[in-house]
Design a protein around this ligand. Structure first.
Ligand SMILES: [Zn+2]
Length: 488
């Protein structure tokens, strides 16, 4: 037997690498060890170096090809990326179903839907030309987004080439997200480097996608899910007869996307009626905690694509889809006192010390209060019974005071921001147009990181489950917002 020709070996390696990328990054079920995967990649790199003519842009060795970019170009989407109308409870889901049946003139005939987990990430549009990833763009204002192709290419869940797919041009819609494990690792690294932490995985994913260094983006461990195909009929898309975006049903499109090697979140289900959709939403309201990504609801879409055409869109939303929002995870407890922290920039932020209460898997004894204006607007006072809510953020927030106090406790006086810095006793100041109070003493010990760590371990703050990173995040929350703003 002769030696395998390089063309053939290169193809074998690329197919094998893509297969293992899918096992690892989409199914989270690898078949080989990391070192074996690295060996395949290395062999491919070597062959491509020896035969540069055989190197193509869709080779898995070319994921991080670009140097840092200077900015992002604005690009137009094939069709507007509409947002979805929301349904906040089961009644609203049923009202949506009624509108669909009425709009389609179906009377009492049940409509079949596809229910998918709603990914709390950053919307993207991927353009494939003749089966090759040509462009990745953010949603932007829905009509125009930013070209983030170099960053999208580094996400290993996203195929650089579709398997046996379409020729011509098609756009695939989806969501880039940061898995919880990657989010936690990333914040640990940022903490070690003394950098501001991200408040939640969605902010972190959005910030990462707008980073100008693809090599750094590659290290962050972003994931992606895709959920829709938009075909550009004007430029003559030809689809393989057995694999074209299937007529008849969205569920077939999801299956086809998976066959092309696109990442599709696996828990979607075709539901024969709105009752089945309601049951699905009820089921996942609790079960979502078991997922490795944040989800705040279920996207419900009419399955029949022809029926979708008939229903059309309003100015803002498609009439054939809605986003069911899971009920907020809330609890009531007492606000024992309001304290303030001084951040590294001198920003003074109030936070709530709560009577510990168990909520959605953890004991909560602190909540963020954002700023003094927010406390005043909600008129939160020490001693109040309060409603707290766990959203996508690590630290819960105080929604409102429950008045009067159910135990009949009289209210205390309205809370005021202390006049002086609790750490250095300097007078706190605030600019006219700012909401943030600041300690302007540059040598204020609270503004030094070491004192921050000291603060976290002090007995007053020694509350179970409250690590340095949580305190830091609480303190720096204003800074996180400012930091994210840097990218705009
Ligand atoms: Zn101070």
């Amino acid at each position: 037997m002769g030696k395998t020709p390089p063309e053939q070996r290169i193809k074998e390696l690329r197919d094998a690498i893509r297969h293992h990328e899918e096992r690892y990054y989409i199914h989270h079920d690898p078949e080989i060890a990391d070192e074996e995967f690295d060996r395949l990649l290395h062999e491919l790199e070597q062959l491509e170096a020896d035969y540069p003519d055989l190197l193509t842009t869709d080779s898995p060795t070319q994921r991080v090809a670009g140097r840092p970019v200077e900015g992002f170009d604005t690009v137009e989407h094939l069709a507007p990326m509409l947002s979805l109308d929301n349904a906040y409870n089961e009644e609203e889901l049923k009202a949506f179903d009624e509108r669909v049946r009425k709009g389609a003139g179906l009377g009492e005939t049940p409509v079949a839907y596809v229910a998918e987990m709603k990914i709390d990430g950053l919307s993207i549009a991927l353009t494939y030309e003749d089966g090759r990833l040509a462009r990745g763009a953010t949603r932007g204002d829905g009509v125009r987004g930013e070209d983030v192709t170099a960053n999208v290419r580094t996400i290993r869940a996203i195929p650089l080439a579709l398997r046996g797919g379409a020729s011509g041009r098609l756009e695939v819609r989806g969501e880039v997200y940061l898995p919880r494990a990657s989010f936690e690792r990333m914040n640990r690294e940022r903490e070690d480097a003394g950098e501001p932490l991200f408040a939640n995985p969605r902010n972190a994913a959005a910030g990462t996608m707008r980073n100008l260094e693809p090599a750094l983006v590659a290290k962050r461990g972003l994931g992606a899910f895709t959920y829709q195909i938009v075909v550009d009929s004007s430029c003559g898309v030809r689809l393989q007869p057995d694999q074209g975006p299937p007529k008849g049903g969205h569920h077939k499109a999801l299956t086809a996307m998976r066959e092309w090697g696109l990442p599709v979140e696996s828990h979607w289900r075709r539901c024969e009626s709105i009752e089945a959709v309601v049951a699905f939403c009820r089921d996942w309201a609790d079960k979502r905690q078991t997922l490795d990504f944040d989800t705040d609801g279920v996207v419900v879409k009419v399955d029949d694509l022809a029926l979708r055409e008939r229903l059309g869109t309003t100015a803002k939303f498609p009439r054939w889809a809605t986003a069911f929002k899971f009920p907020a995870q809330q609890a009531t407890t007492d606000l024992e006192k309001i304290e303030v922290n001084v951040g590294r920039t001198g920003a003074v932020t109030p936070y709530a010390v709560l009577t510990p209460v168990f909520l959605a898997g953890s004991t909560i004894s602190m909540a963020t209060l954002h700023n003094a204006e927010d406390v005043a607007r909600k008129d939160l006072r020490p001693g109040d019974r309060v409603l707290i809510e766990k959203g996508g953020d690590v630290i819960p927030k105080v929604v409102k005071a429950i008045l009067p106090h159910p135990d009949g406790k009289p209210r205390s006086d309205p809370w005021r921001m202390p006049a002086r810095c609790p750490e250095c006793d300097s007078e706190l100041r605030r600019d006219e147009d700012e909401v943030v109070w600041r300690c302007e003493n540059t040598s204020c010990p609270a503004r030094l990181r070491r004192s921050l760590e000291h603060f976290a371990s002090r007995s007053a703050m020694n509350i179970e489950g409250l690590g340095a990173s949580l305190v830091d995040q609480l303190i720096e929350q204003r800074l996180v917002h400012d930091f994210a703003d840097l990218y705009h």
